[in-house]
Ligand binder design. Structure first.
Ligand SMILES: [Zn+2]
Ligand SMILES: [Zn+2]
Length: 373
C-alpha cells in the first residue's frame, strides 16, 4: 500500500511523494492521520528561515487514529491519559521526543521544552526510513519515546486541530497565574487588563485562554480588521487597529481604558521587535510582558530601561509548552466548547498546497489545516 505525504525537499519546495506503508517495529507505532494543522513554524521551515534538514515532512498539529503497533510499543510509547494504546484510539501527538538524559531533563522533567537534545518530526527528516515523520501525510510513524494523548470523547476531530497551538497559549496563561500566586504583593491579578499584540493563531487563542481564565479586560491589537472582530467573539472587550493609530495613540488609549494605570500583562505575539518597548510602556507597575512572538531571530529590540527600573517591569520569554499534560489540559478546555472554535479553522486538501502555502490563499483563516481524508 502506498502512502501520500507532502514532503519539503528544499527551500520553498513541496512535493507530493509516495512512500510504502511500513510495518511498525516492535517498539514503534503507526498512526493514520485525519487532520493536520498548518503552523507558522512549518512555514518557517519550508522557507528555510529556521534550521531544518531537507527533506522533511512538515506538520505537528495532528489528529489521528492508531493504525498498528509493534508488540512492545506499549512499553516505549506513552499514552498520557490511559494505560495502553489500542487500535483505533483517536489521539493527538506531542511532537517533541525528549532525551531524558540532559541537564534539563534531569532537573526539570516537567519542562520538556527545555531539553537540549529533543527530537521533533522535522528534525528527524524524511530521508530516514520509514520516512513518515511529519503530519502532512496520510500516516505518521511514532518512534519509541513518543507521547500521545487520547482525545476527549466530546471533542470534535476538527476542533482537535487546535490542541497544539492552544497548549502554547494556555501555558502562558498558566505561568502568569503561577507568578501571581508565588509572589505575593504583585499588583497583578487575573481580574486585570491583558493587552495582546497580534491575534494570529497563538494570539487569538491567548485571547480565549485569558478570557476563560477570568481576565477582566482584554485589549486585542492587530492590523487586520477581520481578525480583530473575531477577537471580540473570543473575549476581547476592546480592539485597536495598528493601521489607524500610532504608538503614542495606542499608549494613550490603553492608559485611558485602565484608569491611567496601564495593563497587568502584555503578550507580544506578533513578532515585531518595536512592540516590546510599546508593550512595557502600557504596563502598570510590576506588570509582566510575555515575549512569545519571536520564534525567529529578528535582531535586537530597543528598550527604555528607565521604564523597566522605575515600574519594576518583568519581561519573560515563553516557548512552546512544558509537557503532554498541558496538551491534555488544552484538549479538555476545547472539549467544553465554550467558544466558537470552528470559526478559527479552514480546511484544505493536501493537493491544494500550492494555493495554501505559497499563494497564501487561506481566506484569512486563523488556523488553516489539511484535512487528509
Ligand atoms: Zn504549531
Ligand atoms: Zn533532554
Amino acid at each position: 500500500m502506498e502512502i501520500l505525504a507532502l514532503q519539503c525537499t528544499g527551500k520553498n519546495k513541496l512535493e507530493l511523494t509516495k512512500f510504502e506503508k511500513p510495518e511498525p517495529k516492535h517498539d514503534s507505532a503507526l498512526l493514520k492521520i485525519k487532520l493536520s494543522g498548518i503552523c507558522g513554524t512549518d512555514i518557517h521551515g519550508i522557507e528555510g528561515k529556521r534550521s531544518v534538514k531537507f527533506p522533511f515532512i512538515p506538520g505537528h498539529e495532528i489528529v489521528a487514529f492508531v493504525d498498528s503497533f509493534g508488540k512492545d510499543a506499549n512499553k516505549y510509547i506513552k499514552l498520557i491519559n490511559g494505560s495502553e494504546i489500542k487500535i483505533g484510539d483517536r489521539v493527538t501527538v506531542n511532537p517533541r521526543i525528549v532525551c531524558g538524559k540532559c541537564y534539563y531533563c534531569n532537573n526539570f522533567p516537567m519542562n520538556q521544552e527545555m531539553c537540549i537534545n529533543s527530537k521533533t518530526a522535522t528534525s528527524i527528516g524524511s530521508s530516514n526510513y520509514p520516512h513518515l515523520f511529519g503530519g502532512w501525510a496520510e500516516y505518521l510513524y511514532l518512534l519509541p519515546g513518543s507521547e500521545i494523548i487520547k482525545l476527549p470523547d466530546n471533542l470534535s476531530d476538527k476542533n482537535a486541530t487546535l490542541i497544539e497551538p492552544y497548549t502554547c497559549a494556555v501555558g502562558c496563561v498558566d505561568r502568569y497565574r503561577h507568578i501571581h500566586n508565588w509572589t505575593a504583593g504583585d499588583a497583578f491579578e487575573i481580574n486585570d487588563t491583558v493587552v495582546i499584540y497580534g491575534v494570529g493563531a497563538i494570539g487569538m487563542l491567548m485571547v480565549a485562554g485569558f478570557y476563560l481564565a477570568g481576565a477582566k479586560n482584554i485589549i486585542a491589537i492587530d492590523t487586520i480588521k477581520e481578525k480583530l472582530s473575531l477577537a471580540k467573539e473570543f473575549g476581547a472587550n476592546y480592539t485597536i487597529n495598528v493601521l489607524d493609530t500610532d504608538s503614542n495613540e495606542r499608549i494613550t488609549i490603553i492608559k485611558e481604558l485602565t484608569e491611567g494605570l496601564g495593563a497587568g500583562v502584555v503578550i507580544e505575539s506578533c513578532g515585531v521587535t518595536e512592540v516590546i518597548n510599546e508593550g512595557i510602556s502600557v504596563l502598570k507597575r510590576r506588570g509582566i510582558l510575555f515575549e512569545i512572538g519571536h520564534l525567529l531571530d529578528a535582531g535586537e529590540a530597543r528598550i527604555n530601561p528607565y521604564i523597566l527600573c522605575r515600574n519594576e517591569i518583568q519581561i519573560l520569554g515563553h516557548y512552546a509548552y512544558p509537557s503532554s499534560l498541558s496538551m491534555l489540559f488544552a484538549a479538555k478546555l476545547l472539549e467544553k466548547n465554550e467558544l466558537s472554535y470552528e470559526k478559527l479553522l479552514k480546511f484544505f486538501r493536501l493537493d491544494q498546497y500550492q494555493e495554501v502555502i505559497f499563494d497564501k490563499k487561506t481566506e484569512n483563516a486563523i488556523k488553516p489545516a489539511f484535512l487528509i481524508y
